[in-house]
Design a protein around this ligand. Sequence first.
Ligand code: BTN
Length: 453
Amino acid sequence: MATDGGRIFSPTDAISEANMLKRPSHTIDWNPTIKHTFSLTIPPTVYPPREDTNLIAKRLIQLGPGRGRKFLEIGCGSGALCLIAASLGWNVHACDINPFAVAATRGNLEVNMQSGTVKEGGVGPEGFPFEGKFDLIIWNLPYIPAEEVSEVLGPMEEAALVDTDVIGLPHRFTSMTSKCDLLANNGKILLLSRSGAITRSGDYALRKWDSITFEDGEELVLYCLWKPYEMAEKIFVEQTGSTNDDLLIKSGIGTHVYTPLQTSGKGRRNRKWESIERSYAGSWIVAEGSRINPGLIQLAGGLAVLNTVGNPKLKLKWPNDILIEDRKLCGILVEGKTSQNSTTAVIGIGINLETENHTIDGNKISTLSEIGEFELHELDRRLTCELASLLEERQDIPPIDFGSIRSDVLSHIRLFGKPRYKGVVYDNFDLNDKGELIFDSTIIDDGEEVDWI
Ligand code: BTN
């Protein structure tokens, strides 16, 4: 598509588009797996199934029977994924801004003896054509940002690849689904986009599920989004002793307490954790059972804070102290309580928000107010999303990716410096699967045994 004087769709494009519409439709046999074959008619201007469609199709098949649950596809194109979903027993709903795609999806469903409700519309000024809640929402997002389109892409079928939305379609989409409350309890969203294109996800937790990499190095990722710890109890209190202590007498993964004021806040090694004038303190039950990996929970806590704040001034000192310059901003404490062979693991996060006096017990501290405005409830909401993205487990979402937690933490701590242990500085170091620091044959499990230079 020509970007004519900054315009995404020029008069020349319109003429070429009109000519394209004169092409005949073509019919293909689509085989996303060896067991599935569908006959699809693709009218001109409609996006045909490609590798990205197949990636989503395979995941849909792995999700198993739909059992009448409500499925919504945005940007249904030829209707290939609607067909898969309908054949798996989902109650299919779909929309597309291209009327030819709406007609193709309706026709392809009918020819393959499946049914669904298909409407014209989408996530934008054209208006979203459905109400109610859906158990599964999918969207193969137009993944090329408009500013990267430098030459003629031609027909609308290619325009389906271009994100012309100034705030980005992923963001617009997640805001709309939250605002319109489109996701049913225990529902989930599958979004296919460029790797890294979806980082913040509104009210949702987010985890990579599948991916494909093309010859030019471009990686497309299927992301899964869900409401974080949605069935769990969430408690806000104006004041408490310690949010960790409050949770150690509770149960249920995701149960969460947060407050601006702790009167007996606990730090590592039995130290105190003081609330300053404006503080955040929050704790979550993140694991229950016999297979708990506290080291990796600690690392995930640090990463959740870094991802929440998203500012390069924040530095991560292994295992999970967060600093601005060399002044502590945030502390993280993982504790467990075991009874009858089952352990409840609690992670507590304390963050300094704002103070006049930047010293605690003679140590200089930093506050989030140094880098921006952070409102307590919004901060808590984001932290919960980030923690769930890293640590929540549910049968129908991607498994926890401990490998990527470890490698993300490693790249942050490499930015912080090199460990010095017993007078020797180590250029090469790694983290093992318990989150412990390793160099040569030494394994360190306590941050206070090393200093960083
Ligand atoms: C440290 O750096 O020593 C760890 C500090 C951990 C503080 C948090 S605040 C929320 C939770 N409740 C507590 O009592 N402690 C943790």
